[in-house]
Design a protein around this ligand. Structure first.
Ligand SMILES: *Cc1c(COP(=O)(O)O)cnc(C)c1O
Length: 386
């Protein structure tokens, strides 16, 4: 039996997979089982920050594999601590909790925000405001936080204490920020919601309101983080200082790792026994992440912004394109044709693109060569304009 049939027989049916059996690759190139080559503009959903099997990343991960793969958080391990130090030094945040996914990083953010408020104000101040059309994960708590009804069918009852406000409407979120609220949680670019950036003035006004009322500002950078939007973290382009930043996807360059970064106010909120993870901060993943983070410098960020500008200039106003949105190399394209059809035809023509809602979504490796990018965008343009 072939892999697709075996998958159908043995794998839980949670994914509507595209017909590509990936076996290997290098950089922005992926090969399928027949040796057909694809240019990858998806990076495994913003995970393979430097593409497939990047040499420097492989060397860093391999070196750690020969030293120690795991000993649990009952003991100290070196890569985890060095990574936390690097993240704090580069962001101004004060403490890091390591998890294994975006949802888990957000679970930590939620627990941390509630504990901070409970320690200081007692019961009754546990509500977290999130936005309509947001996406924060698939666990029960992060699903409860997610402001999209389509994810909610089948799974009631949800965790209490979440309210949703419409994006870019300051009066609406202000009206919800009552005595019961401990935190506001935002994606600065709504990824799964269609690659929609929030307005800068709105975000700054929310940050100011939060600061005035000791409401914690949680920025979900699971997708926008780690260089994806053209700065180390997207919040840096909004000129705000969050209390909590959660991240995951691109952090370890293809290995499962999430992180919850906590600012000055939350330095001592999580004490021994209040949270934990068996795998969190695993040495292999941490070594991979250290390699990635050390390479996200200003020179690379400039290249990310330049490639972003190139994609905007190629696609805005092109035949069949209604609009292009996004930040850095996290882009959404609204097209006259259905996004799913475009993605399927691109795949046939050797280009991997993703979708988000009714949009084509691009998340290429941060270091994709200009040559690969141009080739892929020409094919995409042809498919969109067909
Ligand atoms: C992908 C994503 C998550 C969930 O991450 P997982 O690693 O799949 O648990 C949470 N928030 C945002 C903004 C995401 O894009």
């Amino acid at each position: 039996m072939d892999i697709k049939e075996l998958d159908k027989e043995y794998i839980a049916g949670t994914y509507g997979r595209a017909p590509l059996v990936a076996v290997s690759g290098k950089g922005a190139k992926v090969l399928d089982e027949d040796g057909k080559e694809y240019i990858d503009l998806g990076s495994g959903i913003a995970v393979n920050s430097f593409g497939v099997c990047d040499d420097e990343w492989v060397a860093a991960v391999e070196a750690q594999l020969h030293q120690l793969q795991h000993l649990s958080n009952l003991y100290y391990t070196q890569p985890q601590v060095k990574l936390a130090q690097a993240l704090c030094e580069r962001t101004g945040m004060k403490r890091v909790f390591f998890a294994n996914s975006g949802a888990e990083a957000n679970e930590c953010a939620i627990k941390c925000a509630r504990k901070y408020s409970h320690d200081k104000y007692g019961d009754g101040r546990s509500t977290i405001i999130t936005l309509i059309n947001s996406f924060h994960g698939r666990t029960m708590a992060t699903l409860s936080a997610t402001g999209q009804d389509s994810f909610h069918v089948h799974f009631a009852p949800f965790l209490e204490g979440f309210k949703n406000a419409p994006a870019n409407d300051f009066d609406a979120i202000k009206a919800l920020c009552g005595e019961d609220v401990c935190a506001v949680m935002l994606e600065l670019v709504q990824g799964e919601g269609g690659v929609l950036p929030l307005e800068k003035e709105y975000v700054q006004a929310v940050a100011e309101l939060c600061a005035q009322r000791d409401i914690l500002l949680i920025i979900d950078e699971v997708q926008t983080g780690n260089g994806r939007t053209g700065s180390l973290y997207a919040y840096m382009q909004y000129d705000i200082m969050p209390d909590i930043v959660s991240t995951a996807k691109g952090l370890a360059g293809g290995l499962p790792m999430g992180a919850c970064l906590m600012g000055e106010k939350l330095k001592d909120t999580l004490s021994a026994g209040t949270h934990g993870s068996t795998f969190g901060g695993n040495p292999i993943c941490a070594a991979g992440a250290l390699s990635i983070i050390s390479r996200l410098d200003e020179k690379l960020m400039e290249q990310v912004r330049a490639k972003s500008a190139y994609i905007f200039s190629e696609l805005e106003g092109a035949k069949g394109v209604k609009s292009v949105t996004g930040l850095g190399l996290m882009l959404g394209i609204s097209c006259e044709r259905p996004a799913k059809e475009i993605a399927a035809e691109c795949l046939e023509q050797g280009v991997i693109v993703l979708t988000a809602k009714d949009r084509v979504r691009l998340l290429p490796p941060l270091n994709i060569t200009q040559e690969d990018l141009e080739k892929a965008i020409m094919i995409l343009k042809g498919v969109i304009g067909k």
